[in-house]
Design a binder for this molecule. Structure first.
Ligand code: PDD
Length: 283
């Protein structure tokens, strides 16, 4: 197949899939999701994505009809049905709807609806620096939950695109940098420390972020998981963005000003480590 959609036990090509009108994704965005990458039909860091998926679903009390092992096996079997061995692997669960269409409350215990979407895709070019803009972070205070409510992220990403930037870097009142519209952001300080926002409710703790931390630990680079400000970021040695499809991207321009570029050796070493890990684990 060229691509695949799966909904509540049914599968087809994406264009041929229809979703029940009352699915709570439509009225409430009442669901949580994951995105992973596959290469050689192997899903990179699948266990980490599965763990975060169940944690997000638990936080919203959405029940998943599968055990973690069953869900992993199901997704792996779907991945093998595509013609392309390099894929973006997306899945989500939405809370089961009841008899009443669009009722805010729900019955606890009902099993959610599983969606899977597979498309041919490769990881991004991570060797060319990218531009970013900054925007105030006006999202809710549960950013650790990977909710399908992505309207703020859509608005931020669009603003970045309109200004010719890859990402929008977000900050809260007081100037604390949180994350980006669809990536995490990290800095290398003048002491050569890898500084990344703490994994609290203000950010989504990215799987790529955890790989960057592993890279630093194995390369002997000190890691500091504490908040940093816009000022610290603008003066940092390097600024690094990370996400599942863009594992380690150096940012060289923020709001039109040149930034970073002062410790290319560290940025290169971290990027090399994560890229090698990806290639090895998907070979
Ligand atoms: N976005 N922060 C936000 C708000 C995100 O949406 C993402 C991922 C990340 C990075 O997480 P990870 O390293 O696990 O991909 C951080 C995905 C890719 C998306 O919505 O498409």
């Amino acid at each position: 197949m060229k691509d695949l959609a799966f909904y509540d036990g049914y599968s087809s090509e994406i264009d041929n899939m229809t979703i029940p009108f009352c699915d709570r994704a439509h009225f409430f965005g009442d669901g949580v999701y994951e995105v992973a990458m596959a290469r050689n039909y192997t899903i990179y860091a699948l266990d980490e994505h599965i763990e975060r998926f169940y944690a997000s679903a638990d936080a919203l009390k959405i029940n998943i009809a599968y055990s973690k092992d069953e869900l992993s096996s199901l997704i792996c079997s779907l991945v093998r049905r595509l013609d392309s061995d390099e894929q973006s692997v997306y899945w989500q669960v939405t809370r089961r709807y009841g008899d009443e269409a669009r009722e805010h409350t729900y019955s606890e215990g009902a099993q959610g609806k599983l969606w899977v979407m597979l498309r041919p895709s490769k990881i991004k070019d991570i060797y060319n620096p990218v531009k970013a803009i900054t925007l105030p972070d006006t999202r809710w205070h549960h950013c650790n939950i990977k909710s399908i409510n992505l309207i703020p992220a859509v608005m931020y990403a669009q603003k970045a695109k309109e200004q010719g930037a890859y990402e929008a870097i977000l900050y809260r009142k007081g100037g604390r940098v949180t994350e980006c519209s669809h990536s995490n952001v990290h800095i290398i300080t003048s002491n050569g420390v890898f500084k990344t926002a703490p994994a609290d409710n203000m950010i989504l703790a990215g799987i790529a972020r955890s790989h960057l931390i592993s890279a630093c630990r194995s390369l002997g680079i000190e890691v500091d998981e504490s908040p940093f400000t816009i000022d610290e970021m603008m003066n940092a040695e390097e600024i690094i963005l990370s996400s599942t499809s863009g594992m380690c991207m150096v940012c060289d321009s923020i709001d039109g000003k040149s930034v970073g570029g002062k410790n290319k050796a560290i940025a290169d070493a971290i990027r090399h480590w994560v890229m090698t890990d990806f290639i090895e684990k998907t070979s």
